[in-house]
Design a protein around this ligand. Structure first.
Ligand code: URA
Length: 241
């Protein structure tokens, strides 16, 4: 497939599109031995593209997985205690994927894994305020009061968190139920610590949404690949490539 040279260079991680244009304009890029000009196209698979005489490195196809993490599985690639890891669940994915952020061992739900380093950086950067919605199963009490309590301003481990958005999802007869809690930050154990502070006993914690992505349709313990359009929505940089 023929594409603009600057797009190929940025897709291979050689430079941003703008920096790639500068490299081309300076005569640093050759295609099949010929010095390229700004605006030239090439075929990344069939043409020999070099920058300063060095071949464009092959970057693996970016892949991002949405895993419905089960309870009792650790968010790591290998565990020294021999516990089951999220990597063990990705049975037919040969690539080395890393988790984007983490869920506690006993938290279930939506977890992304990817080989796209830029996506990890974007999603885990503190300035990236992506909504994370959790369903919190509570053992007892009035769910309306619990939702109100979890929406209060709180200071967790000395850090003033942004107030959560909350809503009642389910009220069980005799007390308890499920409250939806949406936060922006992703501090370790944030939702559990918020519940502790509100004196609520958590029986189940599940992440059901991350920005535009929902866990719906992905069975417990299973996963699916994100489409390029879904990745674009998560990652403003991708809108440019
Ligand atoms: N908050 C928690 O307490 N645990 C998680 O795994 C995620 C958010």
């Amino acid at each position: 497939m023929r594409e603009r040279l600057q797009k190929i260079l940025s897709a291979h991680g050689a430079a941003s599109r703008r920096a790639a244009e500068v490299l081309i304009a300076r005569g640093k890029v050759t295609v099949n031995g010929q010095v390229a000009s700004v605006g030239d196209s090439a075929d990344a698979e069939n043409d020999a593209i070099e920058i300063d005489g060095r071949p464009l490195s092959i970057r693996p196809e970016p892949i991002t997985i949405l895993l419905h993490k089960p309870r009792g599985v650790v968010t790591t690639l290998s565990d020294e205690k021999g516990r089951k890891t999220v990597r063990d669940l990705l049975t037919d994915i040969p690539d080395r994927l890393v988790p984007v952020g983490r869920l506690d061992m006993n938290t279930e739900g939506l977890l992304l894994l990817t080989n796209d380093g830029a996506l990890v950086q974007t999603l885990t950067h503190p300035s990236h305020e992506i909504d994370k919605e959790y369903h919190v199963g509570l053992k007892s009490g009035d769910m309306d009061a619990a939702a109100r309590a979890l929406a209060q301003p709180m200071t967790i481990e000395g850090y003033k968190i942004q107030p959560a958005k909350t809503a009642v999802v389910r009220r069980d007869e005799g007390g308890g139920g499920v409250v939806s809690v949406t936060i922006h930050e992703g501090r370790h154990h944030q939702v559990r610590l918020m519940c502790q502070q509100a004196e609520l006993e958590v029986v189940r914690l599940r992440r059901v949404r991350l920005g535009p992505l929902s866990i719906e349709g992905v069975p417990y313990g299973h996963y699916r690949k994100l489409t390029p359009a879904e990745v674009k929505k998560l990652h403003p940089e991708h809108a440019d490539t």
